[in-house]
Design a protein around this ligand. Structure first.
Ligand SMILES: C[S@@+](CC[C@H](N)C(=O)[O-])C[C@H]1O[C@@H](n2cnc3c(N)ncnc32)[C@H](O)[C@@H]1O
Length: 205
């Protein structure tokens, strides 16, 4: 039987969490938090892992946070470290929520593990689940990480081959705008030695 991404994250959940502090997210978190309008509110964190640092940051500021992840080992750590976070064990593509349920949605280092062909339907869900003027923050893989303008394949991370997928940035921006999102920012950031594109988008009124 082949090893799935879920098996891999289950296998290295503890090590991932121990090393998470090497990726300093302070600037990402503070910048996004300042941009969110109504505070505190409701946050959906997709691919929440052990709830750090995203879930914890918002919970400490009074938010109600729902985290989704398919790794039961990651969610076990989340229950220990960020017990106030409501968690759902599921594939990101399988969950559904009510329209306008969340003031903010985050997908930190997770969306790039889903085939890029599924990204437009995920963006449509983000749009539906966000309140008007709600914002989403997500990490997007680009050539700076994979070496190709478009990618569907495997890259090594923590001694394991993980699936990554992305389109070129023009196609990404077109998908977002076709969904109805306004792109607020697209910033390349190097965190822990890895460069990714950090996107903030908002749902106009
Ligand atoms: C690199 S970790 C990021 C964790 C956390 N968001 C952070 O910033 O540290 C990626 C997380 O996404 C989860 N994940 C990846 N693909 C997923 C999928 N299709 N459905 C649900 N969770 C997924 C993994 O289990 C893992 O916890």
């Amino acid at each position: 039987m082949s090893t799935t991404l879920q098996d891999i994250y289950n296998g290295f959940a503890g090590t991932y969490e121990q090393n998470r502090g090497q990726f300093d997210m302070t600037e990402v978190l503070e910048t996004f938090y300042q941009r969110v309008k109504d505070k505190p509110g409701t946050l959906l964190d997709l691919g929440c892992g052990a709830g750090e640092p995203l879930g914890r940051y918002f919970i400490e500021r009074g938010w109600a946070v729902t985290g989704v992840d398919f790794s039961e080992q990651m969610l076990e750590l989340a229950a220990r470290y960020v017990p106030q976070m409501n968690t759902i064990q599921s594939d990101l593509r399988a969950v559904d929520f009510a329209r306008d349920q969340f003031a903010a949605i985050t997908a930190s280092y997770s969306l790039f593990h889903i085939p890029a062909s599924d990204h437009p339907s995920m963006f449509q869900k983000f749009y539906r689940w966000l309140q008007p003027e709600g914002k989403a923050l997500f990490t997007y893989a680009t050539e700076e990480y994979t070496g190709s303008s478009e990618f569907d394949g495997y890259k090594e991370f923590m001694n394991q081959k993980l699936f990554y997928s992305h389109k070129n940035t023009d196609a990404l921006y077109a998908d977002l705008e076709n969904t109805g999102f306004t792109i607020e920012s697209a910033d390349y950031r190097t965190i822990g030695g890895e460069t990714f594109l950090w996107m903030t988008v908002y749902k106009p009124c």
